[in-house]
Design a protein around this ligand. Sequence first.
Ligand SMILES: Cc1cc2nc3c(=O)[nH]c(=O)nc-3n(C[C@H](O)[C@H](O)[C@H](O)COP(=O)(O)O)c2cc1C
Length: 389
Amino acid sequence: MPHITEIEDLKRIYRRRVPRMFYDYCESGAWSEQTFRDNSTDFDLLRLRQRVAVDMAGRSTATQMIGEDVAMPVALAPVGLTGMQHADGEILAAKAAEKAGVPFTLSTLSICSIEDVAANTTKPFWFQVYTLKDTDFMERLFERARTAGCSAIVITLDLQVQGQRHKDIKNGLSAPPKLTPKSIANMMTKVPWGLEMLGTKRRSFGNVVGHAKGVSDPSSLSSWTAEAFDPSLDWARIAEFKRMWGGKVILKGILDAEDARRAVDVGADAIVVSNHGGRQLDGAISSIRALPEIVEAVGDQIEVHMDSGIRSGQDVLKAVALGAKGTFIGRSFIYGLGAMGQKGVETALEVIRKELDTTMALCGRKNIQDVDRDILLIDDDFYRWRRKG
Ligand SMILES: Cc1cc2nc3c(=O)[nH]c(=O)nc-3n(C[C@H](O)[C@H](O)[C@H](O)COP(=O)(O)O)c2cc1C
C-alpha cells in the first residue's frame, strides 16, 4: 500500500490506472485552460497568519450546509461519467461521502442512476440537474429525485452552451468508450480497470437512457445532449424549476455579483460560486477571486458556497475565511476514486479533513464556524481583475 499523504499522490495512481480518455476528460479545462490553471494557482495569492499560544484543545470542523450537519464544509461536486473512472463510481463515492459525514451530489449525466445510488446508501444525497428543454423529462427527473429521498437539487447554470475541451474531441470521448485501435491499445494497459468494468452492468448514462425520449440506446446520447440542453434558460425558467421541485435549491455556476443578486430574488437556498472547474468560459476569473465580491453583495441574504481549484484543506480554509459557508470538490475526489475506488475517496476526504483541522489550529482557531478573513494575508494582486466602469 503506497503512502498517501496528499491529493497529488492519488492523482499519480489515478493517471496510471484509468484509460487516457477518462483521465483527459477529468484533467482538462476549456480551450487554452487558463481559467482551469488559475483556479488552483490563485489560492497562492492568499497566505495564512500564523498564531501561537492559543488553546487548541477540542477543535471542530463540523458545521452546516443548507441546514444539514456536515463533518466539514466540503461536499462532493456533481461529476458526469463518474462511473467510467471506476466501475459503479457514483455508488462508491456516495458511500465514502456518507462515511465521512459530507454531502454527495449526483450528476444528471452519471453512470449509476438516482435509484442505484439511493438503493446503496442510507443518507439523502443532493441531485444536480442540467436544465433541459424537455419539461416532461425534467418533471420525471424531479419525481425520481423526490422518490429517492434527495434533500436538495443543485441546478447548474453555467452550461447552457457547452465549452470546448480539445482532448475530448480528439479522444472521441463516449460512454461506454468507443472501441478504436487507439482506445483498445490504451485500455489493454489498464487491465484492473477493465476487469472491474466487465463486472458491472452500469456502463452508460443511468438517468437518461431508457428515460428520455429518443434515447433507448446509448449511442444516440451525444446527439441527444447536443439537442437537449436548453439554450433559452432564463431566471423565469429557474423560478419554474424551483416551483416544480418544491424543496431546497442550490444554484451552481455563479461568478458575478449581479447574478448572485438574481439568485437571491428567485429564492434559492444557496449559490455555488463556480466556473465549472475551468471547463466552460476560458478567460473567466478563478472562483476564489470571484468569491469576496459575491459574499459582500449577498452573503447576508443567502448561503454562499464555492468550488473550482480546491486540492487541499488549506484551500478549503481560505475559501471559508473569505466567507464561503461550504465548498465542493470535483477532481480531488475523482483522483481518489480512479486510484482506489471507495477507499480512495475516503482517503481524499481524510487528507483534506486533516489538512483543514491542522491548518485551522496553526492559524489560532479551534472552530471552523469562527474562521474569518482575519486569518488571511492577501496579496494586492488578488484584487487585480476588476470591472472598470
Ligand atoms: C470530469 C468532470 C465532470 C463534471 N461534470 C459535471 C456535471 O455533470 N454537472 C455539474 O454541474 N458539474 C460538473 N462538473 C463540475 C464540478 O461539479 C465542479 O464544479 C468542478 O469540478 C470544481 O472544480 P475542481 O474539479 O477543480 O474541484 C464536472 C467536473 C469535472 C472535472
